[in-house]
Design a protein around this ligand. Structure first.
Ligand SMILES: [Zn+2]
Length: 308
């Protein structure tokens, strides 16, 4: 095992970090955490970098909606940001945010923490959309400090330019995703876990900058996104069933071949047909009903903290 100096993208150290909340206007936890931290800046400041905060979609919040026209967290592919014909409320806001924190590809900000919540029973989840030793050690640090955190890797094979997430403006980023909490509701357990995980991420960035990351567990269990699956639909695309009660709230538990996934409205049980076990996340996420997405399927993986 070596303790080589970690490297990140863009620069050697993280000197500017942005915490973003309210990317989805009805995910109140991050919005109210930002309001708290703006009054008590010391909570999110560390010695080696500047912290700023951004309320991403106040218009959606004012309308008590996830978004006004489009999901803001799907508007940040490089090609979308460059396309001036895209002019909905969120497409315009995405370009503004890209000016404020970016521009993507040459961003002013080195690191973004984007705060989200889910209606699914995912617990505190650290969502990684990039890979590398820095992220593996971040995951090891967070799970060492907060053992109930789940690490979920979401299309981390993609180049940042291909990602549509707000956090992909910066060369380095993570998303904090905590649930279950209904839309437009605050729960103290979710609020507290979101704040605690954010503080540990800030602490890790500080330790990284100071080249003082402690010895960490050598491996971390994580889950990697495979695909999203839809609710049962009729041939003409109408919803025809629901999540089966046996997997409701069972995010990150094993789905074995034959496991009941759905119950149709005419009483049929639809089972998982795959040949090997998978794991679900975002099971019955309210925000995904507009696309009829039922859940994400993931494989269990092991991240290696020290690659050499
Ligand atoms: Zn969200």
């Amino acid at each position: 095992m070596s303790l080589e100096i970690l490297t990140i993208k863009g620069s050697e150290v993280i000197s500017k970090l942005a915490i973003v909340g309210g990317t989805h206007g009805n995910e109140f936890t991050g919005i109210y955490l930002l309001k708290k931290w703006e009054k008590r800046l010391a909570l999110v400041q560390r010695s080696s970098f500047d912290t700023e905060m951004l309320f991403a979609n106040p218009n959606a919040f004012n309308e008590n909606k996830r978004y006004v026209d489009h999901d803001l967290n799907r508007c940040f592919e490089q090609s979308q940001l460059e396309d001036t014909s895209l002019a909905s409320a969120e497409q315009v806001r995405a370009k503004e945010i890209n000016q404020l924190l970016g521009p993507k590809g040459a961003a002013r900000v080195d690191f973004i923490i984007d705060l989200h919540t889910t209606t699914s029973n995912m617990g505190p989840t650290l969502l990684l959309t990039q890979k590398g030793d820095f992220y593996n050690q971040l995951a090891a640090y967070i799970t060492m400090k907060m053992p109930d955190v789940i690490v979920s890797c979401d299309e981390d094979h993609k180049d940042n330019s291909e990602h549509h997430f707000l956090s992909s403006i910066a060369p380095n980023s993570v998303m904090v995703e905590v649930g279950p909490v209904p839309q437009s509701v605050i729960r103290q357990d979710v609020y507290d876990a979101s704040e605690e995980m954010t503080f540990h991420i800030l602490d890790f960035v500080e330790l990284y900058n100071l080249n003082d990351v402690p010895k960490l567990p050598e491996t971390v269990t994580a889950y990697r996104f495979i695909e999203s699956i839809t609710l049962p639909l009729t041939e003409d695309g109408r919803r025809n069933g629901m999540i089966h009660k046996d997997i409701q709230d069972k995010d990150f538990t094993e789905i074995k071949p034959g496991q009941a996934l759905f119950k149709t409205f005419d009483g049929k049980t639809i089972c998982y047909q795959g040949e090997k076990s998978v794991y679900g996340s975002f099971i019955n996420e309210a925000a995904y009903y507009d696309n009829n997405l039922a859940m994400s399927l993931l494989e269990k993986i092991t991240l290696t903290t020290y690659s050499e």
